[in-house]
Design a protein around this ligand. Sequence first.
Ligand SMILES: [Zn+2]
Length: 300
Amino acid sequence: MRDSMGKRAVFTLILCGVLVILAVSSAVSVSMMYVLSGQNSRSVPTKEQVTEHMNKEIYKHTAIYYTADEKPLLDLTKLTLDYAKRISQIIVGYKGTAPLELIFFSDEAEIEQYSGLKNVVGFYSEQEQMIGLLPEEKKQLLKKDELAVFMYKQLIIHEYTHYAFHQKTRQMGTATSVFPLWFHEGLSEWVAHYDVVIDPITFSVVPFDQLTTDRKWQKSRMEYETDVYLQSFYMIKDLTDTFGEGIILTIINKTAETQDFEKGFEAATKESLKRFEHDFTKAYEKKKTALERQVSNAVS
Ligand SMILES: [Zn+2]
């Protein structure tokens, strides 16, 4: 899931040599990102109701539901789906073509009602194998504004990565809940920023055991000022910087062998999860102090 820009922390990115200030990660108290809640409520529209008056186009293994409003976005959407598929094959190792539906929602109320998530611009539902989208800055996006296009692509890649990760773990016979939430969200964020050079950033680290389940994740959102999506992104970045990109797939495979994330992590990295958490926390606290010092020197 991705939340709306207004709720995100400001984060500096260098994109293709162009410096853009972009809000990327989320700061929203929502339930588990890719699992819908509140599906039994009567007020929740069905997928058939949502898509009733929409056009449908089958593009490879994805059925895209759209209205005249989103028609101009179709080419970009297809190109981004192709990219997301290619990168997921490399990073997540999912080479299949399980059916996927991509549905554009008409407004905030509709996507919130359907997904049960607040301030949401995208979500993935494994139950329905569908991606729901509510593109931000739609006017700008239709004008092909560079930043709006970039955000839109990231949104699709983020949600597609959830899909690919779920399919892959299912193929391996592992329940996705075996993986902590930071791994799910961090992976989606990291893949979505794959081609982007990221500037150093400071944040206070939230204890890892607070980022494992839906309930704890929500609580952490309330209790800590830190953006838990951003931290999860950096956790995956740290892992891939240290062990190489292949570490993601190795962790997935080793976790499948043991049906235990902690054991899988240790078998893949030859380092305990506790050790990694400890080193990550220490490293980021150190970076935070160093960057804060830089900032205070710069202004003094
Ligand atoms: Zn997500």
